[in-house]
Design a protein around this ligand. Structure first.
Ligand SMILES: [Fe+2]
Length: 456
């Protein structure tokens, strides 16, 4: 298989070369008054010329944000995360960098709110603190030791205000669990001994457990020595396991359960306790990093599964919920780690579709009702290429699925992007509002809606 570098620079994967601030935004429909805050998403946007070896996961992070206030869209702005690579390229002074992390990090994978601030994240590195206007303030270690940084998918305990994270490294025990309290202080670290130097992209959190994916994508020293930008490879001989650590226990208390079939998981939708069982809804990739060039992050069709982990019997029951190809599963963050009913994901997440490459590239959004067992598919429409959509509750007392789905869609005809706001109840209906941006938002990774009251 040829290098994917070409794909990662084509269509809507192609980077933009300008940072802009736009305050006059054309809006179709009506932005709900209750949406008081900003939608911010990050993604790779290589600065300068990207080499033939370029991998999507390794591009400098660029943040894209839209500020909503009182039914209006006040601004769109995009800013590179000021990693050392970016400040050097722009000729700017470096931002303060804290001790920790394996690599300086690019902030290209996720942006979250914690302890009153925004944090741009990438695995194996420290987070960058980001201002409400998307300027990079510093990298930070939460006042403790984060030798391997933190992964880009922290899980939050809304009741306690805690942030739970995993980090992976290339030496034993290979995984560290860290707890960061509501004030933003690192208060606990637990080593979790997985079987090897696996890539641990995400994690699960229930009300009582931390879930670790010990799956067969492994750091490969030979590839690293050869200069492969992402030196990971599929190892079919590696025993795939899931680890469940009590939140009140230590790494040594982790219960390990083997899976029948090797696979890779980038993203769970949610996890929760059910008696002696842990239930995890997640997107399962049959294989990953299993090609000649070790560039392609997925092989086979990623589908939505429910894993029910029986901790007493030591078994995982694997049920396919929806066999359409999909990724970027999201749910209602207010009930994260508790039993959920709904989930939303992006269908047809092949690289060609995500990049809008080719005349037939098409994407749609899926809404899963996991109680009834139904899925509704909502095509974005001709020429509109979707990305991750997040759920935003309509108000403080709104129930699950009572609110909006929000994300960027690339309009191939305009060669520019929209922020789409959809009504989760009227899933197939027209958007509640489309904020037409005058520029393109390259296909990226993860974002979040950040209500104003959460930023200090
Ligand atoms: Fe991710």
């Amino acid at each position: 298989m040829a290098s994917q570098a070409y794909t990662f620079l084509q269509g809507n994967f192609a980077p933009v070369d300008q940072e802009v601030t736009v305050t006059e935004l054309r809006v179709e429909g009506s932005i709900p008054d209750s949406l008081q805050g900003r939608y911010v998403r990050t993604g790779p946007n290589p600065i300068g010329a990207a080499g033939a070896n370029y991998h999507w996961f390794a591009g400098s992070g660029m943040l894209h944000g839209v500020r909503l206030d009182g039914g209006r869209a006040l601004w769109y702005r995009n800013r590179w995360v000021r990693s050392p690579e970016v400040t050097a390229a722009l000729g700017e002074p470096a931002v303060p960098l804290a001790d920790g992390g394996i690599f300086p990090g690019l902030g290209n994978t996720n942006i979250v709110q914690h302890a009153g601030s925004l944090w741009a994240l990438m695995e194996t590195s420290l987070p960058y603190e980001i201002s409400p206007e998307l300027d990079t303030l510093r990298s930070w270690n939460f006042g403790g030791e984060l030798p391997w940084g933190i992964n880009a998918h922290p899980k939050f305990d809304p009741a306690k205000g805690e942030m739970h994270v995993l980090a992976y490294g290339f030496a034993e025990p290979y995984v560290l669990y860290h707890l960061i309290d509501a004030s933003g202080q690192l208060v606990r670290t637990e080593p979790i001994a997985v079987g090897g130097p696996v890539m641990v992209h995400d994690m699960g959190l229930t009300e009582s457990k931390v879930v670790v994916f010990d799956l067969p994508v492994l750091f490969n020293l030979e590839l690293a020595m050869a200069g492969t930008p992402l030196p990971f490879a599929w190892d079919p001989t590696y025993t795939p396991r899931i680890g469940v650590m009590p939140r009140t226990g230590t790494g040594a208390d982790t219960v390990w359960v083997e899976l029948d079939d090797p696979c890779y998981v980038y993203h769970p939708l949610n996890a929760y306790d059910d008696g002696d069982q842990v239930v995890i809804d997640l997107v399962v990739h049959p294989r990953a990093f299993d090609d000649d060039e070790f560039h392609d992050p997925s092989q086979g069709t990623p589908t939505l599964h429910r894993w029910t982990v029986d901790l007493v019997a030591g078994r995982v029951n694997d049920e396919v919920i929806d066999d359409r190809g999909q990724e970027f599963p999201r749910g209602d963050e207010r009930i994260a780690s508790k039993r959920h009913r709904y989930g939303y994901s992006l269908a047809n997440s092949s690289l060609e579709a995500l990049g809008g490459i080719g005349a037939n590239a098409t994407t749609s959004l899926l809404k899963h009702d996991l109680e009834i067992g139904t899925t509704i598919e909502r095509p974005f429409g001709p020429g509109l290429i979707g990305s991750e959509f997040v759920f935003v509750p309509a108000g403080e007392s709104a129930g699950e699925d009572e609110g909006y789905l929000m994300g960027f869609a690339y309009d191939k005809v305009r060669d520019a992007s929209d922020l789409l706001i959809l009504d989760a109840h009227d899933f197939g209906g027209p958007p509640v509002a489309s904020v037409h941006l005058p520029v393109r938002v390259p296909q990226g990774f993860h974002g979040n809606w950040i209500p104003d009251q959460l930023l200090s």
